[in-house]
Design a protein around this ligand. Structure first.
Ligand SMILES: Cc1ncc(COP(=O)(O)O)c(C=O)c1O
Length: 440
């Protein structure tokens, strides 16, 4: 069914980590370290980066926040909607995106994804939109553009404010137009493993000068973090970088990860979230309904972080293009072998593939088979909020969103990988799905 069986891996094939940090060049890292030695500030460097982001993302205005969830909360507050208004949104997200909606005094109403896509389904949006709906929050997962023409048309007909969560899709376009610019505002996460990362960080973009002024006022009122916090973040990312680079990963990291996957998978899960210290209490409280977001999320975005993000931003377009090249090679082999469960890409979008998703009946069996071939593939660490007990009041049937969380595996993808790595991944997937070779 899957075409001719391919050969096993070449003997010197390196091990492939599930994700890698995007770090700017050494000069930028040095600048970041020097900046972090001085008392933390939110100054000219952050202002300049806001202007650069606005330009790069084809928007009039930009404001930098400590987190994407905080950017969303401040956007919702600035919209000043009647309390209890509904925010139509897909449920595959971090729990605090749902909490930001609740903290703003609004109600989430969950809309399904389209099957084997990362995107909101227009027909589910129509079905779920009630007269109380005021906002549609469109999340573009994995660097894949949502069907914006249909979604914006529905929003316009119903007078909904359009917001876009582009945390996984910076620099992605739909019909040539930059995601994040289709509605009132777009927002982004600059957290670990994102192509533009600076320990933590959030960005809002908008063409609305009044909204931008309000967002910048809110961002500038946040207290700067301590020098110790900045150092801890540098140390954390240095460790994660060392652990997730293919060379050290091939020598040591892979074996550690494989052992942890067997003995303590929860620790691997936390590492994927950027938590290098395992905290059982934090894990237990991960999907929790909140009346406010933790105060620690409101520490101002600093000049030291801006120094890192600037370098990542310089490399963003080249990185996006490189991932597309690599994914095209992988995808074509999987298509040729008639592998089931392939992602359905909207032909009007220009995807940047932050990750490459593959749906399968038994994700753990696929992950184990790939691990045996030296490939560390991950599940998503996002939740499906529409079925979480913490948000039971807003529960909704969203089968495609459930399938994204329960049946999807991300294959490794990073600009650091090469064509040979992609061939190795394709071969491992095809071999696993073909099953054991029949003798005779
Ligand atoms: C789709 C999406 N939205 C929001 C967030 C939240 O980002 P932050 O940690 O910056 O609040 C993330 C983080 O991974 C994300 O993937």
């Amino acid at each position: 069914m899957f075409g001719a069986r391919t050969h096993g891996p070449l003997p010197l094939q390196r091990k492939l980590p599930r994700g890698q940090l995007y770090l700017p060049d050494l000069r930028r890292i040095g600048q970041g370290i020097v900046a972090s030695l001085a008392p933390p500030t939110r100054g000219a460097r952050v202002d300049a980066l806001e202007a650069r982001f606005a330009g790069a993302l084809e928007s009039r205005e930009a404001a930098l926040f400590p987190h994407a969830r905080v950017a969303l909360l401040e956007i919702l507050r600035a919209l000043d909607l009647p309390p209890g208004s509904e925010v139509l949104m897909t449920p595959v997200t971090i729990p605090d995106v749902v909490n930001a909606v609740l903290v703003a005094g609004l109600r989430p109403a969950f809309v399904d994804l389209d099957e084997r896509t990362c995107n909101m389904s227009p027909s589910s949006l129509v079905e779920r939109a009630s007269p109380a709906a005021r906002v549609v929050l469109i999340t573009h997962l994995s660097g894949l553009a949502s069907p914006m023409a249909a979604l914006v048309e529905i929003a316009t007909t119903r007078g909904l404010v359009v917001l876009e969560d582009c945390s996984q899709a910076m620099g992605t376009r739909y019909r040539g137009k930059m995601l994040g610019t289709f509605g009132k505002a777009g927002f982004y996460s600059l957290s670990t493993l994102k192509p533009v990362a600076s320990f933590h960080g959030g960005l809002a973009i908008t063409d609305d000068a009044a909204l931008a002024a309000s967002l910048r006022r809110a961002a500038r009122a946040m207290p700067v973090p301590t020098r110790r916090w900045l150092f801890t973040m540098f140390a954390r990312d240095a460790i994660l970088h060392a652990a997730s680079h293919p060379l050290p990963f091939s020598i040591a990291g892979y074996y550690g990860m494989a052992a942890l996957e067997r003995l303590a998978p929860a620790i691997v899960d936390e590492l994927q979230r950027g938590n290098i210290v395992y905290d059982a209490a934090r894990r237990a409280a991960r999907v929790k309904r909140k009346t406010e977001l933790a105060a620690s999320f409101f520490a101002a975005y600093t000049d030291a972080q801006a120094a890192l993000a600037e370098g990542c931003l310089d490399a963003m377009d080249a990185g996006n293009r490189r991932r597309v090249e690599l994914v095209t090679r992988l995808h074509e082999q999987l298509v040729a072998a008639a592998v089931p469960g392939l992602v359905r890409v909207n032909p009007l979008g220009s995807p940047t593939f932050w990750r490459y998703p593959l749906w399968t009946e038994d994700p753990e069996a696929l992950r184990a088979a790939l691990r045996r071939r030296g490939i560390d593939a991950a599940r998503t660490n996002l939740c499906c909020a529409s079925r979480e007990p913490a948000f039971a009041e807003h529960a909704a049937a969203t089968p495609n969103a459930v399938a994204f969380v329960d049946r999807m595996v991300f294959l490794p993808l990073h600009p650091n990988l090469d064509a040979r790595d992609m061939d190795h991944v394709a071969r491992a997937v095809i071999d696993h799905l073909r099953g054991p070779r029949k003798s005779g």
